[in-house]
Structures are given as C-alpha cells and as structure tokens.
Design a protein around this ligand. Structure first.
Ligand code: URA
Length: 247
C-alpha cells in the first residue's frame, strides 16, 4: 500500500504573506506593524516579517485573525451594482463589504453573477473551488428568479422553457429545461439550473417579452430571509460540503 505523506507545514506561511493575503496591509507595511508592536505570535511580539506561522498563532492588536480559513457570504444584492471587479464597469457589489475583506487575496468574488439591474441572492466567497463547483452546469443548482414582464407571454411558453429545446442566439447548446410559473399575467417565476449570459432576460426576449424587473429569490435551498438590499449574512465555509482553502 502506498503511504500517504502528511504535510506537516500545511497552513504555515510567512507572517507578512499571511497578513497581506487576509487584507490587513501590504507585505511592506507589515514591518511597520511589527515595529509598532501590533502583532504577536504565540503570545510574543513578532519581530520577523518572514517567520513562518500558522494563522491560529497570530494576534493583531490583541485579536485573532479575521476569517483566516476563508469567507462565504450570502448577500442581498441591490440593483445598480455589478459583480465584476473591473472598476471601469462601475460600482460593484464588493463595495458593500468591509475594506479588509475587499483587500483579501484570493479575492472575494461572486459565485455566478447577477446583472447590474438584477437584485437578490448572491453568494460571495474567496474559495475558488466552491465557485467552480457551484457554477458548473453539471451540478444543476436550481436558481429561482422573479421577473416582471412588459406583457403577457404567449401561450405554450412554459412548455417551451421546460422542453430543453429553446435555442438562444449565439449559444452552442439549447437552454436546459427550466420551470416557469406565472404568478400573475405579467409576473413570472422562473427556475434555472444553469447561468448563461443574461439568460432570464434573453429567454423572455425570445418570446417577445421585455423583463422590467428581475430578482433572484433562491439559490439551491438558500433564500434571502429577512435580509434587506445591501445586507449580507455569513454561511459556514462547509455549508455546501467541504472545500479546500484555495489560499
Ligand atoms: N438572468 C438574467 O438575465 N440576469 C441575471 O442577472 C440573472 C439571470
């Protein structure tokens, strides 16, 4: 039987790298923080920015490190914010988070995207494996959207959306089967298991309807609960099963 080697240094990193990656300050600034006595390692003032440490041994200003193992958040995204980190695309959803979280590396990013004009449930994490897992069409996580339409959709649209044959312009594959429930003449609830670009808007546009407002209410079993627009709550890192820390 091959023996599995155990990495005794897993999770051990240079102090300056650890603090910079957790968004405290730049690696260069760590030296000033050490001189000012702000950082202790195993109870002793840290002197060497290059010393190897485990996150649990480090205090900054007397406090344990901020989410050393990673972050998973459920955000109620308001309209008007993009999910891109590109500044030229305008104000983004990450601007709602504390500055330290915005400075983390790997960066906190969204699991899938909502358009600027879409509100609702958005997951954010710094765990890249979780992003890949939950956005993969293989996993078929159901996402529920509520759309207000400019007109009543034509007869047969629910059957068409459910058929798995709807082909959107520019897409290689047809849309996977999607469940449409009309809540009122111009109010629709659509459940998708994939996330093509602007998919809800394009599916309705293919049927002559413009989506006037769009809101995501559920991601898998998760709902917004009483979070108001702009608020978030934390989820345990293992909420979707275990992930390895990509940092
Ligand atoms: N479909 C859209 O058209 N927009 C979104 O933001 C999400 C799904």
């Amino acid at each position: 039987m091959p023996r599995r080697s155990v990495d005794l240094h897993a999770g051990v990193r240079r102090l300056d790298q650890l603090l910079a990656n957790l968004g405290y300050c730049s690696r260069r600034e760590v030296r000033d923080w050490l001189k000012a006595g702000r950082v202790t390692v195993r109870g002793q003032p840290a002197k060497d920015a290059g010393q190897k440490v485990a996150a649990g041994e480090v205090l900054v200003d007397g406090e344990g490190l901020d989410h050393p193992d990673g972050i998973l958040l459920l955000l109620h995204k308001p309209t008007g914010l993009v999910c891109s980190h590109e500044e030229r695309e305008g104000p983004n959803a990450y601007s709602l988070l504390p500055a330290r979280w915005r400075a983390r590396n790997p960066q906190v990013t969204s699991i899938g995207r909502l358009d600027k004009d879409t509100s609702g449930l958005l997951l954010l994490t710094d765990q890249s494996q979780l992003v890949h897992r939950l956005t993969s069409p293989k996993h078929k996580v159901p996402k529920v959207y509520r759309a207000t339409l400019d007109r009543e959709p034509p007869a047969g649209v629910a059957e068409l959306f459910a058929s798995g044959t709807l082909q959107l312009d520019g897409e290689k594959a047809p849309c996977a089967p999607a469940q449409l429930r009309m809540l009122a003449a111009q109010e629709a609830e659509l459940t998708l298991t994939e996330g093509k670009y602007h998919q809800v808007r394009r599916m309705f546009a293919s049927q002559g309807c413009t989506v006037l407002t769009l809101h995501r209410s559920h991601f898998g079993d998760l709902a917004l609960g009483d979070l108001t627009a702009g608020q978030w709550r934390e989820l345990p890192l293992d909420f979707f099963g275990t992930t390895e820390n990509s940092g």
